[in-house]
Design a protein around this ligand. Structure first.
Ligand code: ADP
Ligand code: MG
Length: 595
């Protein structure tokens, strides 16, 4: 048996580093967060070898007092909280007082800082030896702090082995900078890699400047096909950009969610967002969004994860519901709208009558198709004030006379409807559009009449865990409302007595199990609705006009008017676009007119 010994400070720090310093990107995250906590308005990040050789981060924040330099490098030393009460209200990004000590234990770290804007004389500190005595010397530095980290993991070969290629490591590192840049529009960011400037993002908080930053971080294609939303209820504010369903991605890589300025990857939030997109997204695709949630810090616990990527909401179910319903409503409004052009020209974000969704339907149901994105881009630009709005948009008189999708001209190959509106030519996929209209109609009818249910001839017993029995009992009303009767049969068994008529051919036992697992994980589940919707969607598909059916002009016009009335009509039931706009300016371009 070995003797019990106290760990040396260096070893203790190295163990702690195992939690927070996984790769160069984690160093950049911790050091940049310190700069933001210090009130910096400009941060410059310089890296070499994806951060394994060098990471140097300089800020113009409030700096560190000379006598506190050694403390900054020691473990459990922080200027950000001093009591448990502080922790419950914490607004700074850091508060554990471990980052610099951990990073310093697995690299060669130098901290240089100057708290004074009068003198350019600062102090430079580095910790050495197993007990980490700190060596402080004078060093020139303007007001602010520079942290230099060289040779990351030089003394922890096991860690170094887990590093991936330079390209992969740099991608992670760049992602960290992007996230923080999206979290603080009021701070300028610069990132250089191997002497080349990768990002140069100027500080600015006007709507146009914010859009510019979102475009340079997420790509202009995202901004072109995103809707700006803003939902403000007392003490709860949700705003940002949600990608149109037709701008979906095959990976969940363009999803940013900030809670009180902190980047969060939280499964409760992810679930709420996914649920909001459920009915409009192509199967297996991921939505894109940049969203900001602001609320009283006491309503959310940020101290649940060492790198603080997760949070816990005091009212988790209420938060899920709030996020879901805000996004759901915004997405339902993605359809051709009569006043959107007029709104887009005035250059400012104007709330709709409800004061909730700003600038709905901006993307014109934009497909990934080049032609559509051209129009959508023109509109976003005019909104952002970068380009003057196209001529047609200014002419609000014409705009008011002609409905958004215009009037039908003809049918092409039995598949597309051609129509003329104020902007030019509208092309509609007849079957896709009709399918969505029928589907929304079926859903409305179901909601109005209530779900019809039928008793099972032989009630179905389902063996579950005791915890699942409890959850089922607590949610009896939810099941009832959806036409399902679930009864507690014993401590570990449930009995399904009644089911919705629409689900008579479904695997009801599996559905029940999935719902219970959702309820345990997120406090809510929309699986039953989702399943019923899927069946309605199939019915709608079969009941809709097929390609090659000849439509009369009045029939086509009726379809266009129905699209304008129908929620989510920008996409068919499978998430494909239903229509696209070909503006006069684009037609002119095709014929080289006016060039
Ligand atoms: P934490 O951020 O959790 O407090 P750190 O180890 O990251 O812990 O930093 C320790 C302390 O060093 C901070 O509380 C802060 O007072 C000081 N510090 C670190 N970086 C900076 C900086 N860039 N500007 C000013 N002070 C800093
Ligand atoms: Mg910190």
């Amino acid at each position: 048996m070995s003797h019990i010994r106290t760990l040396s400070p260096r070893l203790a720090n190295q163990i702690a580093a195992g939690e927070v310093v996984e790769r160069p990107a984690s160093v950049v995250k911790e050091v940049l967060e310190n700069s933001l906590d210090a009130g910096a308005t400009q941060v410059d990040v310089e890296v070499e070898g994806a951060g394994t050789r060098l990471i140097r981060i300089r800020d113009n924040g409030h700096g560190i007092a000379p006598e506190e330099m050694p403390l900054a490098l020691s473990r459990h030393a922080t200027s950000k909280i001093s009591s448990l009460l502080d922790l419950e209200q914490v607004q700074s990004l850091g508060f554990r007082g471990e980052a610099l000590a951990s990073i310093g234990s697995v690299s060669r770290l130098t901290l240089t800082s100057n708290p004074s804007s009068q003198s350019s004389e600062g102090r430079c500190a580095l910790a050495e030896g197993r007990d980490l005595e700190v060596n402080v010397k004078p060093a020139p530095h303007p007001r602010g702090t520079t942290v230099e980290v060289r040779d990351l993991f030089f003394n922890t070969p096991a860690r170094r082995k887990f590093l991936r290629t330079e390209k992969t490591e740099f991608n992670h590192l760049e992602e960290v900078v992007k996230r923080l840049a999206l979290s603080r529009f009021d701070v300028g960011f610069k990132l250089r890699h191997n002497q080349k400037v990768v990002h140069h993002l100027k500080a600015g908080t006007s709507q146009a400047e914010k859009q510019r930053r979102v475009a340079s971080v997420c790509g202009s294609a995202f901004l072109d096909q995103a809707v700006y939303i803003e939902t403000d209820v007392p003490e709860l504010n949700l705003w940002g950009w949600v990608g149109l369903p037709t701008f979906s991605r095959h990976r969940a890589d363009l999803q940013y969610f900030f809670v009180n300025g902190r980047v969060i990857r939280d499964k409760l939030i992810a679930h709420a967002v996914k649920q909001a997109y459920r009915d409009v997204l192509y199967h297996g695709r991921h939505p894109a969004f940049v969203l900001y949630l602001e609320l009283d810090p006491a309503q959310v616990d940020v101290n649940v994860h060492p790198t603080k990527h997760e949070v816990r909401f005091r009212d988790a179910r209420g938060m899920h519901n709030f996020i879901f319903s805000s996004l759901h409503r915004a997405l339902a409004d993605v359809r051709p709208m009569p006043d959107q052009n007029i709104r887009a020209t005035d250059g400012t974000a104007v709330n709709t009558a409800t004061g909730e969704v700003v600038q709905p339907g901006l993307g014109w149901g934009g497909s990934a198709d080049k032609i559509t994105s051209g129009v959508a881009m023109e509109q976003v630009r005019s909104y952002a004030g970068v380009h003057p709005p196209p001529e047609a948009l200014q002419d609000s008189a014409t705009q008011q006379d002609v409905p958004p999708l215009g009037y039908a001209l003809a049918q092409l190959k039995g598949i597309y409807i051609l129509a003329e509106n104020a902007l030019g030519l509208v092309l509609v996929d007849m079957h896709a559009a009709h399918e969505r209209i029928t589907y929304e109609h079926l859903k409305r009818a179901r909601d109005a009449e209530g779900v019809r249910s039928q008793p099972l001839l032989v009630p179905q017993a389902v063996a579950v865990s005791a915890q699942e029995v409890e959850v089922a009992a607590a949610n009896a009303a939810l099941f009832q409302g959806l036409g399902m009767e679930v009864e507690v049969a014993s401590e570990e068994a449930l009995l399904i007595r009644q089911i919705p008529v629409t689900l008579r051919h479904s695997d009801i036992e599996q559905l029940l199990r999935d719902v219970l697992s959702d309820l345990m994980d997120y406090g809510s589940s929309d699986r039953i609705e989702a399943h019923m919707d899927e069946i309605l969607s199939t019915m709608a598909c079969h009941g809709s006009v097929r390609a090659n059916r000849r439509l009369t002009i009045p029939e086509m016009n009726a379809l266009l008017r129905d699209m304008e009335e129908t929620e989510r009509s920008g996409q068919c039931n499978h998430g494909r676009p239903t229509w696209t706009q070909l503006g006069l300016d684009q037609l002119d371009k095709l014929f080289l007119r006016g060039s």
